[in-house]
Design a protein around this ligand. Structure first.
Ligand SMILES: [Zn+2]
Length: 69
């Protein structure tokens, strides 16, 4: 099932959501529809803080992408 990462354009909230078809996605925090979709299979490079040497993710060097959890 496709889980996508989104970032709200209005309040900056990062969230993940399961999306079926062309379902509309709104921000869970401010209910804005101005959200940007990011594919969760890729590690986001925008907002995470770097933690050197402590990555639990096998596909990237970051620790805060969705596949790290
Ligand atoms: Zn928002």
């Amino acid at each position: 099932m496709p889980i996508y990462e989104y970032k709200c354009d209005s309040c900056g909230e990062d969230f993940e959501k399961l999306v079926f078809g062309s379902q509309e996605v709104i921000c869970p925090k401010c209910s804005s529809q101005k959200v940007k979709k990011k594919f969760s299979v890729f590690c986001s490079t925008g907002t995470e803080k770097p933690l050197a040497g402590t990555s639990g993710c096998t596909s990237c060097s970051k620790t805060t992408c969705s596949t790290c959890k």
